[in-house]
Design a binder for this molecule. Structure first.
Ligand code: PLP
Length: 393
């Protein structure tokens, strides 16, 4: 048996374990200081009442012979796919129901989609970004080329005609930088992909945080994107499903490479290796799209957006440069006085008991930058930012 030695090439991720260790050591020695965590990448508000009611009803259906459900369609139930189709329609994007595949979250599909592509492809990944793109391609032994996201390009890199690649990752709004592409910028990526016969893997997990009307929530708002892009989305951050698990992937039928349809291939892959998301969970997810569900999730999103504003208002007062916050739960700030991200982390922890995430953990261009998130409570976010202001004013 020959082992997949590519796993040897994975970088150990010490980011969150190092943070946890530092926080634990500090709080053991400083029991009187209340630690406030603004590094949380997970939602904190509970599922909204419309979702809870749908989940309860679905559980009851499972208890009756007449309504019990066994295996469902691997690609998801029509009731949920139709709701997603209507959601896209609201943004003037028309998608067929059989282009939508229900998943147990964006992370699995972002990794699994690579089954469709040859090992010899070159992959283009922005730095810094969500680490899953790098790790899944490293596991497969693919050649990775990084494109710099930095202060000069406002963390929104654009295509470089000198770089040749086959698979392109775009995450917008971005984790960790919160930076969000506009239509013109995405159009440049679509044109570049079409010209290079490349596929774009578009991660829109944070689309529901977009507040500015003119920014695209889906890559399919861009002309011809259906010829080159697969879109991954999730109920995790939109509706608090991080622990409930549900997402969706859109694979347009126009995606044909080497006479092979990616839609057919993905259907074949999913029906072979996946047995679908639980009926109960899909019922809960479909409640997100009802009028009352939409109203309730917007209340939760507004709560996080308001926290983001508390953070960005403080940074504005301190004249600290940042991206994100407006269309994203993440605020990506430049560490003052040219500090590196870990020194800044240590300073915030030891001087004011506030925890964030050092940007260096997301890629080389993250050093000197720092991620705060809007997922804590309003009270704690306000308290943390008061301490932050008093420290840095
Ligand atoms: N994509 C990005 C950019 C993320 O930040 C995350 C989670 O933090 C995911 C995908 C994973 O989402 P899911 O919970 O749907 O697997």
């Amino acid at each position: 048996m020959k082992i997949n030695r590519n796993y040897k090439n994975l970088n150990e991720s010490y980011l969150f374990s190092t943070i946890a260790k530092k926080v634990q050591e500090f709080s053991a020695k400083n029991k009187n200081i209340e630690i406030i965590k603004l590094g949380i990448g997970d939602v904190t508000l509970p599922l909204c009442p419309a979702v809870i009611e749908a989940l309860h009803n679905a559980v009851d259906e499972m208890s009756q012979k007449e309504t019990f459900k066994g295996y469902g369609p691997e690609q998801g139930y029509d009731f949920l796919k139709n709701s997603i189709q209507n959601y896209y329609k609201k943004n003037n994007v028309s998608i067929d129901a059989d282009e939508i595949f229900i998943s147990d979250g964006a992370k699995s599909d972002l990794g699994n989609i690579l089954d469709l592509f040859d090992k010899d492809n070159t992959v283009l990944i922005p730095d810094p970004v969500y680490p899953v793109y790098v790790d899944t391609n490293t596991m497969a032994g693919r050649n990775i080329v990084f494109i710099d996201a930095n202060e000069e390009n406002n963390f929104l890199p654009l295509p470089d005609e000198n770089i040749k690649c086959d698979i392109i990752y775009i995450c917008s709004p971005n984790n960790p930088t919160g930076a969000t592409y506009n239509n013109e910028q995405l159009k440049l990526w679509v044109n570049y992909a079409l010209k290079n016969n490349a596929v774009i893997l578009y991660d829109s997990a944070y689309e529901s945080f977009i507040s500015e009307d003119n920014l695209p929530k889906s890559i399919y708002e861009i002309e011809d994107a259906k010829k080159c892009a697969i879109e991954f989305c999730s109920f995790s951050k939109t509706a608090g499903f991080t622990g409930t698990r549900c997402g969706y992937t859109v694979v347009p039928k126009e995606l044909v490479f080497d006479e092979m349809s990616l839609n057919n291939m993905w259907l074949r892959r999913q029906t072979t290796k996946f047995n679908g998301v639980p009926y109960i969970v899909q019922k809960g997810a479909s409640a997100v799209f009802t009028d009352v569900g939409q109203k309730q999730i917007q209340e939760n999103l507004s709560y996080y957006k308001n926290n983001a504003k508390v953070i960005t208002d403080t940074l504005d007062k301190l004249n600290i440069k940042y991206t994100g916050g407006k269309n994203s739960p993440y605020i990506w700030l430049k560490c003052p006085d040219n500090m590196n991200s870990w020194d800044f982390f240590d300073m915030l922890l030891t001087k004011i008991g506030v925890v964030g995430t050092p940007g260096a953990g997301f890629g080389k261009n993250g050093d000197g930058w720092f991620r705060l998130t809007s997922f804590n409570t309003f009270e704690k976010t306000t308290e943390a930012m008061e301490r932050f202001y008093n420290l840095l004013k």
